[in-house]
Design a protein around this ligand. Structure first.
Ligand SMILES: [Fe+2]
Length: 424
């Protein structure tokens, strides 16, 4: 039997549900496993390996119908719609990271000690497959919500009220496997100066544990990445299944039972720089803080990228050629024994980390670990949210070294262009 990780599902609010379902099934080979249709909303459960995505499309913004439905939220932020004139959302959003919890009463007790808004209060919901207990909490970040689910051995296809879709109906036509395995991390884009407060909120409310992304991260300042035209601050934390009862996850539960949340905020613009900070630009397009991207792990990213490209997935612009030279990451690529042509052809980025093998002062042997990553173009028709594919070779970071490496590569490209113009 498949064991699902602590993330029960991730929910996408879609203005055009069928269009988003089509993208996820045709380009990423998700399968529609369950449906729920009411006068309020259409919902599709999509499954890929151990990852569940729920797509919700609202049919009416009727407040009473929404209040009485345990599984439907209007994801449009309150600033977009005054409460006396509810309207349907006009933009898509990835707005709900739902966690499976072992003891929801314990979670609620903890949440009640904070100033928390419950979007949906605790309910017990039955059907012929058993019952679940669930509530939904509004995050302190933008339009994000978190549904907590205690399954109690519930044996239905997804949640009470969802009906199974037969395999024939949901079978994907493509035989190409994009080799995506499980959710690795979710990145939140937040307002400048707020990332520490966001980390504190998640620590207090969900018992998440902050960890330092790499040896360059300052405990107070976070990991500051700054070049002439890029400035962002990253902090990260981790959720695990047992956190609500204060236990460490046993090692055998494995990486798929953990989810890292990365919090990214923009830095103040460099004086004289015309370019908009990438986080600021994302916030503007999204309409405020929210889920910026979701990363899937793959155990063979090169094959995954080839297969996804065949399925029509558009990837973000590849790095400039200099990225794969001495000015960029050639030494790193060769150092870990990767083939530079393989990475260049597929537009894959690399980030290395030096890990000390022993803590003692006299044994300073270092092992290089690394990760490979690539980003898609925005996935949804009206939101800048995108996906990341990541293959970890021991590295635990998020590719922060690529910010500086990409900047150096672009600079090298510009210098090369200028030189060739002068020589013409
Ligand atoms: Fe990421």
């Amino acid at each position: 039997m498949t064991s699902f990780p602590c993330v029960h599902h991730i929910e996408i609010g879609a203005v055009n549900g069928p269009q988003v379902v089509e993208t996820l099934t045709s380009q990423f080979t998700f399968r529609v496993k369950a449906r729920r249709q009411t006068e309020l909303a259409d919902q599709w459960l999509l499954l890929k390996e151990n990852s569940r995505i729920l797509v919700t499309s609202l049919k009416t913004p009727d407040l009473m119908l929404i209040k009485n439905d345990n599984f439907v939220i209007n994801w449009a932020t309150s600033s977009d719609q005054p409460s006396n004139t509810p309207t349907l959302p006009v933009k898509d959003s990835v707005f709900n990271v739902a966690f499976e919890v072992r003891n929801i009463d314990f979670c609620i007790k903890r949440l009640n000690q904070q100033a928390i808004t419950f979007t949906k209060p605790l309910h017990t919901i039955h059907d012929s497959d058993g019952f679940i207990r669930t509530c939904t909490v509004k995050s302190c970040v933008g339009d994000i919500h978190h549904t907590l689910i205690e399954r109690n051995g519930y044996s239905g296809v997804f949640l009470p009220g969802f009906t199974s879709v037969s395999d024939n109906e949901s079978r994907n036509k493509s035989e190409t496997d994009p080799m995506l395995e499980y959710f690795d991390h979710v990145a939140l884009a937040v307002d400048m100066g707020t990332s520490m407060a966001v980390i504190g909120w998640y620590e207090k409310c969900f018992g998440m544990k902050r960890f330092l992304i790499n040896s360059e991260e300052d405990k107070d300042k976070g990991l500051v990445l700054s070049t002439n035209d890029v400035g962002l601050r990253l902090r990260a934390m981790e959720y695990w299944k047992c956190s609500e009862v204060g236990l460490l996850a046993p090692e055998e539960e494995g990486a798929e039972n953990r989810l890292s949340l990365v919090v990214a905020e923009g830095l103040s613009p460099v004086p004289g720089c015309q370019e908009e900070n990438q986080i600021t630009s994302w916030l503007r397009q999204h309409g405020g803080p929210g889920i910026q991207h979701l990363a899937f792990t793959s155990s063979d990213i090169k094959q995954a990228v080839r297969n996804l490209a065949k399925l029509g997935v558009p990837f973000a612009k590849p790095p400039p050629p200099a990225y794969y030279t001495k000015e960029g990451r050639l030494d790193d690529i060769k150092g870990v024994g990767e083939n530079v042509d393989d990475l260049r052809t597929n537009g894959i980025l690399i980030d290395t980390e030096a890990e000390r093998l022993h803590e003692s002062d006299c044994d300073k042997s270092i092992q290089m670990t690394y990760l490979l990553q690539i980003f898609t173009k925005p996935l949804l028709p009206s939101d800048p949210f995108f996906l990341e594919i990541i293959q970890r070779k021991g590295a635990t970071g998020f590719g922060s070294g690529n910010i500086a490496a990409l900047y150096r590569s672009i600079q090298a490209y510009i210098v090369g262009e200028n030189n060739s113009k002068q020589n013409m």
